[in-house]
Design a protein around this ligand. Structure first.
Ligand code: ASP
Length: 316
C-alpha cells in the first residue's frame, strides 16, 4: 500500500487484473502508461488551477473512457450476447450528491451522463433506455454501437466463452484468471478547497449476462465520496463490492471506528478476498493520504505525488 501527504491529491486506476507479463509487449505497456499519464495530467491540471475535485475526477475518467486500452467507454468489454453495456457513477463528498447511469449502449462518455444525472436531474440513478433518453435530452453525445467494438475485447470474449465451454465439457470448475480481467477505471481527488470526489466508469466484466449491473454505478459499493472520511473507487469482482457495500464500509470504518484510510481500505479489501473476490481499489482522505490496495497480480494505477509528479504502476 502506498501513502502520501499533500494538499491536493489525485489517484486513478485503470482496472485490477492485468495482461500476463509474458504477453505484455512494449507497445501495449507504452500505451497503458501513456493513457494513465494523460488521465493524471487532465485531472491534476484542474486541481492545480484551483478547480474542483468533481471536475478533476470526471476529466481524468473521460481520458480513459476515450482510450481503447481501458475497459470503459471506447474499450468496454463485451457481454455474453456480444453487446457492450456500460455503467458509471460520480459523487461529490461535500454535498453527498451523486449521479449514476447503468446498462448504457450508446453513450460515448458514461461519466458525463452520470454527472448530468447529478447536476441536472432530481434523481441519482438512471438505467438503460431511460438513461439514454435523458442523455439525448441533455445534449450528451450518443454514438453508434460500432464505436465500442475493439478486436482485443472481442477476442477476449471468444477466449473466455471457449474456456468456459471447455471447463463445462470436462466437468472442471471455471474461474476467470487475472489475465482475463479488464478492470474498470476510476479516479478520486482532493481539491484545494478540501473537497473530495470519486468517479468510476466501466464496461463491466467480459461475458457478463445482458442486464447485469455491477458495483460501479451503485453509490456506496464501487463509488463513494464523503468529505468527513474519504473518496473511493473500486475495480474487480463487482458483486463482492455490492455485497459488502465496500465504499461506504471504508468510510464507516473511518468515521465510526476512527481507522486511518490505509487500514480501512485494507480491511475491506481483505473482506473481499475472504469472500473469494479478486479486486482493487483507490481511496483518498481529506488530508491527502492515499491508498491503492489490490489482491490481483496487478492494477493499472497512478497518483500525483507531493511534488506534483505523476507516478504510474502496473504490476505489484
Ligand atoms: N467492477 C467492475 C464490475 O463488476 C468490473 C471490473 O472492475 O473488473 O462491473
Amino acid at each position: 500500500m502506498e501513502t502520501r501527504e499533500r494538499k491536493i491529491g489525485l489517484v486513478i486506476h485503470g482496472g485490477a487484473g492485468t495482461i500476463a507479463p509474458s504477453k505484455m509487449t512494449p507497445e501495449i505497456e507504452r500505451d497503458l502508461r501513456s493513457g494513465l499519464q494523460r488521465s493524471l495530467e487532465a485531472g491534476s491540471g484542474i486541481l492545480k488551477n484551483g478547480g474542483s475535485s468533481l471536475d478533476a475526477v470526471a476529466a481524468a475518467v473521460r481520458v480513459m473512457e476515450d482510450d481503447p486500452r481501458f475497459n470503459a467507454g471506447r474499450g468496454a468489454v463485451f457481454t455474453s450476447a456480444g453487446t457492450n453495456e456500460m455503467d458509471a457513477a460520480i459523487m461529490d463528498g461535500k454535498t453527498l450528491k451523486a449521479g449514476s447511469a447503468g446498462a448504457l449502449t450508446h453513450v460515448r462518455n458514461p461519466i458525463t451522463l452520470a454527472r448530468a444525472v447529478m447536476d441536472r436531474s432530481p434523481h441519482v440513478m438512471f438505467v438503460g433506455e431511460g438513461a439514454e433518453a435523458f442523455a439525448r435530452q441533455t445534449g450528451i453525445e450518443l454514438v453508434d454501437e460500432k464505436y465500442f467494438y475493439t478486436e482485443e475485447r472481442w477476442n477476449a470474449l471468444q477466449h473466455l466463452q471457449k474456456a468456459e465451454a471447455d471447463a463445462r465439457a470436462t466437468g472442471k470448475e471455471f474461474a476467470v484468471s487475472d489475465q482475463d480481467r479488464h478492470g474498470t477505471i476510476g479516479a478520486v481527488a482532493l481539491d484545494q478547497a478540501g473537497n473530495l470526489a470519486a468517479a468510476t466508469s466501466t464496461g463491466g466484466n467480459t461475458n457478463k449476462r445482458p442486464g447485469r449491473l455491477g458495483d460501479t454505478p451503485i453509490i456506496g459499493a464501487g463509488t463513494y465520496a464523503n468529505n468527513r472520511t474519504c473518496a473511493m473507487s473500486g475495480t474487480g469482482d463487482g458483486e463482492y463490492f455490492m455485497r459488502l457495500v465496500a465504499g461506504h464500509e471504508i468510510s464507516a470504518l473511518m468515521e465510526h471506528r476512527g481507522l486511518p484510510l490505509a487500514q480501512a481500505a485494507q480491511t475491506v479489501l481483505d473482506q473481499i478476498t475472504e469472500l473469494g473476490g479478486a479486486a482493487g481499489l483507490i481511496a483518498i482522505d481529506r488530508n491527502g493520504n492515499v491508498a491503492l490496495p489490490f489482491n490481483t497480480t496487478g492494477m493499472y494505477r497512478g497518483y500525483v505525488d507531493a511534488k506534483g509528479n505523476a507516478v504510474v504502476g502496473i504490476y505489484k
